[in-house]
Structure formats: structure tokens, C-alpha cells
Design a binder for this molecule. Structure first.
Ligand code: NIG
Ligand code: FE
Length: 415
């Protein structure tokens, strides 16, 4: 059945190509538009002056329509929030000092091991439902609070259940190399071997991950340890992403580009040298390593913001994501991320919009599928509350500017 969505005052984000640098500031749009959907996919779009054949019509009442958002980096499955660490930081302790004292990721790992799979699933389910209300229709979720074979598998099974429970697109990332468990503090390479020899094969056998990730940072995983994990994953056909340069110059960008990672995320610390490497990566056949900035982390931890403005000036295809997690970014709205990007990183609303739609989809190598409303893509779209909506999202910070969310052409309602 063909459904024709009519009377769209402005249909935005209609091209699936990655937007580089200055291209990020210009919006592809049709005014007074229709969108034709069949079997959950976009099969046509154009001006109301020339309508195609259809079976049923749904009027969108002169509202603006944009593609559903893509959150390419989250840690949505966790057992408990960490507000006590938040208060410790207010009183002056650093994120690193809290982590060294057994807090941080290891705190979340202890709680996750004690939690039941059902409890983790129910908690994550309500977080995902909130994210959809906030416009996220494609979501990447990482493991990495398990840090043992059983607990990593438990986390990834929860992500698999979320994939089945929601109509949105969810991708799972195995982040066993997130931190060293207490028992491995003195023999870190042994933990890397556990990740590649025990965890990876078990995860692949149950088809529980779409990518791997490594926290490549001083005090966490070194460049060569990251490389061991990425290469092992590659042998199983799993692509990689990297957490890099969050707390300093970790070599994360260099490892990511050398090993053809799809993205390098964080980048609070970068310089010319790293920007050039990323730029060159787009000339290579693997399609390039996308830079993903996470302004929620800078806001929440009081860190410098990634130099997103400079990266765009350099011609890079910037991506933004929430990094939603209980330690460094309890922010799960891409609308709020857009606001932080505009006010703190000086991105225009148009640039921030492309960074959470088509470019974010490319960080998951999914821009033919999601992140735009172009023929063939999934009909995931947002009907906005008011006109000039791209600027209103960052302007009304923290206020939901979305009237309705459609996933695969169907109105999404909470269940
Ligand atoms: O992306 N950087 C590493 N991992 C998370 C933080 C995890 C935590 O503190 O729980 C991040 O910021
Ligand atoms: Fe993260």
C-alpha cells in the first residue's frame, strides 16, 4: 500500500550523500512537499503541484518534516546512574581520580554484574523510549560495562532484545576493551587476550555485535592494545570504531585511520596533524574515518569542547552524538546535543543537523538506509512543532520541538 504524506511545508534532509565541511551548512529541501511511502520505505518525494498515485493520504498540516536522528555513539545499557560521582566532581575530584579510586567504569561494571538481564532490559527500554520521543530513530549501543565473558554477553543480549522490542534501527557494538577489571590491573595484556580469544569468538558465535570499539586513552588501552582488538575483530568481519583523545593525545586518531575504523569518537584533544590524517582517510577505498564529537561529555565533565568548528573549516564531515552513559554524559537527547554544538562549538543549526542525520548515518555506514529522506531510505521522519524548526531546536534548549515521530512510515506511539 502506498501512503502519501501531504502538505509538508518544508521537507528537509533529502540527500543521502555525506556532507563535507562547507556543504554541511546548506540544506537540501522541498517546500510545499509530499513524501510517498511503501513498505516502510521512501519511494517518492516532490512538490504538491504534481502528486503521484497513492492508496491513502495523511496530511501533515503544513508542518516541517526532517529525517529521524541517528545517535551513533551511546552506552544506553547500564545498571544504575552514578550521581554520587557527579557530586564528587562538583566538589573538585576529577573523572580520572574517581576512576582510579574504583569509581567510573569499574563502578558501573560491578553494578552491571549484579543486575539481572531482565532488569537491564527494562531500564534500557524506558531510556530508548525517551530517546525516540526526542527524535532518535537509529541508535548505536555499546557493551563495555561487563568486562567479563558472561557479563559482556549479558549486555549484548540485552541490546539484541532492544533490537527486537523497537521498530527503530539499533546497532550493537562490542566494547570489551573499555577498562581493565581490577583483577587484571597488573597484567593488562592478559585482559586484551581475554577480549580477543574468549569474548570475541563467543559474541560472534551468537551474532551479538555489528562492530567493535576500544577506549584508546592514556591509562586505558594503548595504541598497540587497541590494534590487537581491531585486527582480531577484522578477522571475524567486524568493523571498528575508536574512543580517542578524550583526556589527552592518545594516538587514537592515528590507530583509527591506520586500521580503517569507521569513526573516531570524542576528540576533545586534536590538532592540525590529526585533522590532516582524517582528511586523507577519505581518499582511501574504505571510505574514511568520521570524526564524532560528543559535546555532552565536555559540558558534563567540564572538559574542553572538540574543535568542531575548525574541523568543519578543514572540510571534514563532522558527526555529533550523545555518548549517553552514566559517567560522563547522562544526556540522551540529540536535540540537546544540537544546542550544545551551536552555543558551545559555534556550529550553525544546519551544520549540527547534518551532524546528527546523514553524517551520523555514515559513521555507521548506513547513509543509504537512514539519516535522510531520499528514495530507498527507511521512512523514519519527524514532524516538527513549528516553522524554522532547525534553529528552534537549539534555541529552545531542552524543550522537545518534535510533534510526531514516524518510524518506517508508521506513527510511533509509546507502548
Ligand atoms: O564514552 N570514555 C569512555 N567511556 C565513556 C564513559 C564511561 C563511563 O564513565 O561510564 C565515554 O565517555
Ligand atoms: Fe563513549
Amino acid at each position: 500500500m502506498k501512503t502519501l504524506f501531504t502538505h509538508i511545508s518544508k521537507l528537509m534532509g533529502i540527500r543521502s550523500e555525506l556532507k563535507f565541511g562547507a556543504e554541511m551548512n546548506s540544506i537540501d529541501a522541498i517546500e510545499n512537499a509530499y513524501l510517498l511511502v511503501e513498505n516502510g520505505r521512501v519511494v517518492g518525494l516532490g512538490s504538491m503541484r504534481e502528486l503521484p498515485q497513492f492508496d491513502r493520504e495523511i496530511s501533515l498540516e503544513n508542518k516541517e518534516v526532517i529525517p529521524g536522528f541517528v545517535d551513533s555513539h551511546t552506552h544506553t545499557v547500564f545498571a544504575a546512574p552514578r550521581e554520587e560521582e557527579f557530586v564528587m566532581r562538583i566538589k573538585g575530584l576529577s573523572y580520572e581520580a574517581i576512576a582510579e579510586a574504583g569509581g567510573g567504569i569499574l563502578n558501573s561494571a560491578r553494578k552491571l554484574r549484579a543486575a539481572s538481564e531482565d532488569d537491564l532490559f527494562e531500564q534500557a527500554k524506558s531510556r530508548v523510549a525517551y530517546m525516540i520521543e526526542q527524535g532518535t530513530t537509529t541508535l548505536e549501543i555499546k557493551s563495555g560495562y561487563g568486562l567479563s565473558v558472561d557479563s559482556e554477553l549479558k549486555m549484548l543480549r540485552v541490546i539484541k532484545r532492544l533490537k527486537e522490542a523497537f521498530p527503530i534501527t539499533i546497532r550493537a557494538t562490542f566494547l570489551g576493551a573499555h577498562a581493565f577489571p581490577e583483577a587484571f590491573q597488573q597484567r593488562k595484556d592478559d585482559y586484551v587476550q581475554l577480549v580477543v580469544k574468549d569474548m570475541l569468538p563467543a559474541i560472534v558465535a551468537d551474532d551479538l555485535a555489528d562492530h567493535v570499539d576500544v577506549f584508546c586513552e592514556n591509562g586505558f588501552f594503548t595504541e598497540s592494545q587497541a590494534e590487537v582488538v581491531i585486527k582480531a575483530a577484522k578477522r571475524y568481519g567486524l568493523p571498528a570504531k575508536i574512543h580517542g583523545n578524550q583526556l589527552g593525545y592518545s594516538g587514537g586518531v592515528q590507530v583509527a585511520v591506520k586500521n580503517e575504523c569507521w569513526s573516531v569518537d570524542h576528540l576533545e584533544f586534536t590538532r592540525e596533524e590529526e585533522w590532516d590524517l582524517l582528511t586523507d582517510s577519505f581518499k582511501q577505498s574504505f571510505g574514511g574515518t568520521l570524526p564524532v564529537a560528543l559535546p555532552g561529555v565536555s559540558y558534563f565533565l567540564g572538559l574542553p569542547y572538540a574543535q568542531a568548528r575548525e574541523m568543519i573549516e578543514k572540510g571534514l564531515p563532522l558527526v555529533l552524538a550523545t555518548d549517553f552513559n552514566p559517567g560522563s554524559s547522562p544526556i540522551n537527547s540529540l536535540q540537546l546535543v544540537m544546542s550544545l554544538a551551536c552555543t558551545q562549538m559555534k556550529l550553525t543549526p544546519e551544520e549540527a543537523f547534518h551532524a546528527i542525520t546523514v553524517n551520523a548515518a555514515a559513521a555507521l555506514r548506513m547513509n543509504q538506509e537512514v539519516g535522510s529522506l531520499s528514495p530507498g531510505s527507511k521512512a523514519d521522519f519527524l514532524v516538527m512543532k513549528s516553522d524554522n524548526s532547525l534553529a528552534k531546536i537549539p534555541y529552545f534548549m531542552g524543550q522537545n520541538q518534535i510533534d510526531k515521530v514516524f518510524v518506517g512510515g508508521e506513527l510511533y506511539t509509546q507502548h
